[in-house]
Design a protein around this ligand. Structure first.
Ligand code: THU
Length: 133
């Protein structure tokens, strides 16, 4: 919770850069590393719809490209309306880099809507541990 404001500020910036001409559903996501580094991403849609990518995927890619491999807090910011909880694919992607206890905050541009955890969103996950990693 200590980092919530900074994460929301970055998510808002990310969301403003989203490329979502087809759904009009702009999303920003931020991950925080144990060292306190924040990495953000936005959704990037494509005329060939399945080629679009989610904001969480962008944030994870930025983290890995930035040299980090672990995130311990996640924030997803969608538009006003029903909370933009991470999609199934993003729950799997987050599982690769986040401990199950990782808090996941879901916001709209103005406020925090809910805080849950990765294990609550994605119980009985198949992850690196299943492959001995
Ligand atoms: N989207 C995300 O970026 N993250 C999610 O977890 C849910 C959905 C995006 C994908 C697509 O560009 C738009 O929201 C509508 O599905």
């Amino acid at each position: 919770m200590r980092h919530l404001q900074a994460m929301m500020t970055l998510a808002r910036e990310m969301r403003e850069r989203a490329y979502a001409p087809y759904s009009n559903h702009a999303v920003g996501a931020v991950v925080r590393t144990p060292g306190g580094q924040l990495y953000g991403g936005c959704n990037v849609e494509n005329a060939a719809y399945p080629e679009g990518t989610c904001a969480e995927a962008g944030a994870i890619a930025a983290m890995v490209a930035g040299g980090d491999r672990v995130a311990i807090e996640v924030l997803v910011m969608g538009p006003a309306g029903p909370p933009c909880t991470p999609c199934g694919g993003c729950r799997q992607k987050l599982t690769e880099f986040c401990p199950p206890t990782t808090p996941v905050h879901v916001c709209d541009p103005d406020s925090l809507l809910l805080t849950t955890s990765l294990s609550e969103l994605f119980p009985h996950a198949f992850g690196p541990g299943n492959l001995g990693a």
